[in-house]
Write a protein that binds this ligand. Structure first.
Ligand code: LMR
Length: 394
């Protein structure tokens, strides 16, 4: 039977990770996969997470199953972190999932259960795994214009025009903040216009929020998600704890189904529980428990917020440094967008050939669509990258 299996296309981001590992050059620079690195190139465990882990090791008395939706305290803490007071807690059904990807996958599964004909509108470009999962699940996708190749900002008119084609029963997938892969984001006034289109079309928004705290701050980065969730009849939200808690391998995420009517929550919650049971039964608990401990303990939370803020500011500093270095070398402002973008990524907006030249000639690894991970840089490597960008002729 297995001989009938087809070769699957390799994931571009993961393939790049492997190629980087195998490159013997000592001067190589990894700007590929979206993992935070400090100035020495390490992905540290955050102090608060380490402290919570120590407490947990001492206090945890059992590894028995939690609930199908995970520990309710995790859902409460994360709903509060993402949604603040924008919607009553009673209007939110929530389930822990294996990472942000798990939450995305379960969200699509819920969409398919609710409407097998649903189309999912996706930004062009979006995180490649969105497309891969949708394709795997046989869900129709409709790209909407997003990135403006000229300005390296958002093609907002194009976006509005395209998402206006969605209908009730369709889903519009949006990045809550720190758009992956472009780094180009909407402002709140623009989000209000998106909400107006969603209300007019009746389509359901699904928000992927994987980088809260990496852009303009924890509350600032959640503002769009809160606006949408409090304005439209129903919203799906896939939140990841991988990046902002630095617990990538623990696979910690939360899927939320928000409605304006608390009476819908029971059915939504039952569906989320059911979907977890069908796919893996109980979600992983370790990372979720650490996040809960950090968010619910004043001292740990303060420490976490301070460290996250330092991470955010270091990325902003690197953005400024890279933009000004490129301005100096190119004698133009054409790279100014790097300082405007937010989050871990920026899309340079160059060709795959140029990206390949950066890899071959300079040992600089970025995704083929010219997405670079700002957090893969440090003060010393910024000038090296800037020089290489100019040398290859971008
Ligand atoms: C990325 O976009 O690089 C990250 O979200 C990691 C991944 O799983 O692709």
């Amino acid at each position: 039977m297995f001989e009938s299996l087809k070769e699957q296309p390799a994931d571009k981001i993961l393939m790049l990770m492997q190629a980087y590992k195998e490159d013997p050059r000592e001067t190589k620079i990894d700007l590929g996969v979206g993992v935070y690195k400090d100035a020495s190139g390490n992905t540290p465990i955050m102090h608060s997470v380490k402290a919570a882990e120590k407490q947990l090791w001492e206090a945890e008395k059992t590894k028995a199953y939690t609930g199908l939706a995970g520990d309710p305290a995790f859902a409460d803490a994360m709903v509060k972190l993402v949604l603040g007071d924008s919607v009553p807690r009673a209007n939110v059904a929530a389930a822990a999932e294996p990472g942000g990807t798990g939450a995305v996958r379960q969200a699509f599964d819920l969409v398919r259960s609710a409407n097998p004909e649903a189309r999912v509108f996706v930004s062009n470009p979006t995180w490649p795994n969105h497309l891969s999962i949708l394709k795997h699940m046989g869900i129709e996708m409709v790209p909407y214009r997003y990135f403006d190749d000229e300005t390296r900002g958002v093609d907002f008119d194009g976006m509005l025009e395209d998402i206006a084609q969605a209908k009730k029963g369709d889903v519009v997938l949006l990045h809550g903040c720190c758009h992956n892969p472009t780094g180009a984001n909407l402002n709140l006034t623009q989000w209000k216009e998106v909400v107006a289109v969603l209300l007019k079309t009746g389509a359901t928004p699904m928000i992927d929020i994987a980088y809260q705290g990496f852009g303009d701050g924890l509350d600032e980065d959640a503002a769009a998600t809160r606006l949408v969730a409090s304005s439209v009849p129903e919203t799906l939200i896939a939140a990841s704890c991988s990046k902002n808690f630095g617990i990538y391998r623990e696979r910690t995420g939360l899927l939320m189904a928000v409605s304006q009517d608390a009476s819908a929550t029971k059915l939504n919650q039952g569906t989320l529980n059911y979907l977890n049971r069908q796919n893996f039964s109980f979600p992983p608990d370790h990372g979720a428990r650490l996040v809960t401990m950090v968010l619910n303990d004043d001292a740990l939370r303060a420490d976490w917020m301070a460290e996250l803020e330092a991470v955010r500011n270091s990325m902003l500093g690197l953005r400024e440094q890279l933009a000004s270095e490129l301005q100096r070398l190119s004698g133009s402002d054409r790279f100014g967008f790097i300082a405007q973008h937010r989050g871990m990524f920026s899309r340079l907006g160059t060709t795959p050939e140029m990206v390949e030249k950066l890899r071959a000639d300079h040992g600089i690894y970025m995704v083929g669509d010219s997405r670079l991970n700002i957090a893969g840089l440090n003060k010393t490597t910024v000038p090296i990258l800037a020089k290489a960008i100019i040398e290859v002729g971008i």
